[in-house]
Design a protein around this ligand. Structure first.
Ligand code: GDP
Ligand code: ZN
Length: 383
């Protein structure tokens, strides 16, 4: 004992005691770390004290375990609310349509639900998973909105400093362009790619009306920069059904948000993918003299093979709100990669000398079209 004291006084480890303690415990014993720590802190203590402390520790551990078990048993707040789970497929003012076990319920929102702490202006959005209570044959109440896996948002119509969720829980963004009528607009594709990158959605580029191309090699060459970046590009024709099978496969079992200008053929394509999807097709409305139909509401359509497609208004600004000039390069994969070679760490790739991005554009290894859209969008963004 005297020797041990002496050791402590010298602020050195009492080696003999420690070695003994190491040998005391089997290395298979999961508590070995606790025991070793304990042995170090109880190096100098009366015989009875060691036992007393160990008993206290055992008691404390047992209490902790009991507490953990009781926590596991405590129902999670989401489980307190009883009712079936559904998916919001349409929203209008304070009502929404919820698909529950292949039935549609028109639901109001429980008054206690508030968007206040979510950072968004709306409580529910298309794609939200919700717990509902049924009150009547086709009616119900949304009792709870479950946590979202992804959010596609845009500035709120009335409170532009706040965001409105347009689609929740989507997996991918289907960017639909047409080769002609209207003419393919690469800058808009780039804008949607930015939106996808920022919202963590996998983008798929679909170039429709390929039947209007005299030589299909030209659309292929035009879209090659996107393929080189690893984006999936599908050429389709809703008229001849070319590429529709590929599109169907790309959509199945996922939630896809549809983006693209009015008139590019989104509705025609969806009907081709699944004939039961009777969407509005421009010509029909025009023939009826109702004028060109523009999609104003966000609607989710379930696919027979699993998955769903969300039809959104063809909004141009989504994806860019809140984006600053300095962040834009990160949304262009090839520019972000080349930027490492720029002379200045904060190079904007617009006017600086020694810009590796501009060199690559000159050499042709970065698409001039992509760089042009970068310059144009950069000029629009706040600093
Ligand atoms: P949306 O506004 O994007 O939903 O476009 P629509 O599906 O309403 O189509 C707009 C117009 O383009 C309609 O007159 C369609 O018949 C036509 N259209 C759609 N897809 C194709 C296509 O692949 N080829 C051709 N030539 N016309 C198409
Ligand atoms: Zn640069």
């Amino acid at each position: 004992m005297r020797k041990v004291r002496k050791e402590i006084k010298r602020n050195r480890k009492p080696k003999r005691v420690r070695r003994k303690d190491w040998n005391l415990y089997n290395s298979d014993d999961l508590d070995i770390v606790d025991e070793i720590d304990l042995s170090q802190s109880e190096r100098v203590m009366p015989r009875g004290e060691r036992e007393r402390r160990r008993a206290n520790l055992r008691k404390a551990l047992a209490a902790l375990e009991e507490e953990e078990n009781s926590l596991e048993e405590t129902p999670h707040p989401t489980e307190e609310i009883q009712g079936p789970k559904g998916v919001v497929v349409q929203v209008s003012s304070n009502l929404c349509r919820v698909e529950v076990n292949e039935r549609h319920l028109i639901c109001s929102l429980r008054g206690s639900l508030s968007a206040e702490e979510t950072g968004y202006t709306n409580v529910v959005a298309v794609g939200d998973e919700v717990i509902v209570s049924e009150n009547g044959s086709d009616e119900g109440v949304v009792e709870e909105v479950l946590p979202r896996r992804s959010v596609l948002a845009r500035p709120d119509v009335f409170y532009s400093h706040l965001q409105q969720v347009i689609v929740a829980n989507a997996d991918q963004l289907l960017i639909v362009a047409s080769w002609r009528e209207p003419h393919i607009w690469l800058e808009l594709i780039d804008r949607y790619l930015i939106a996808a990158e920022r919202s963590n959605l996998r983008p798929i580029i679909c170039v429709n009306k390929i039947d209007l191309a005299k030589d299909t090699e030209i659309p292929k060459a035009t879209c090659q920069p996107y393929r080189d970046l690893g984006y999936q590009v599908i050429f389709t024709s809703a008229l001849t059904s070319k590429g529709v099978g590929k599109l169907r496969k790309a959509l199945s079992k996922r939630t896809s948000v549809l983006a693209g200008l009015s008139g590019v053929g989104k509705s025609s394509l969806l009907s081709a993918v699944q004939p039961s999807l009777q969407l509005r097709i421009g010509q029909i409305n025009e023939e009826r003299g109702e004028g060109r139909h523009t999609t104003t509401q966000v609607v989710m359509h379930q696919l027979e093979r699993g998955g769903s497609v969300v039809d959104t208004p063809g909004i141009r600004e989504f994806g860019l709100s809140g984006l600053r000039q300095g962040e834009l390069a990160y949304c262009y994969l090839e520019i972000a990669a080349a930027a490492e070679g720029c002379r200045f760490g904060d190079c904007s790739h617009i006017h600086e000398p020694g810009c590796a991005v501009k060199v690559k554009v000159k050499q042709g290894s970065i698409s001039a079209e992509r760089y042009r859209s970068y310059q144009k969008i950069y000029d629009e963004l706040p600093t």
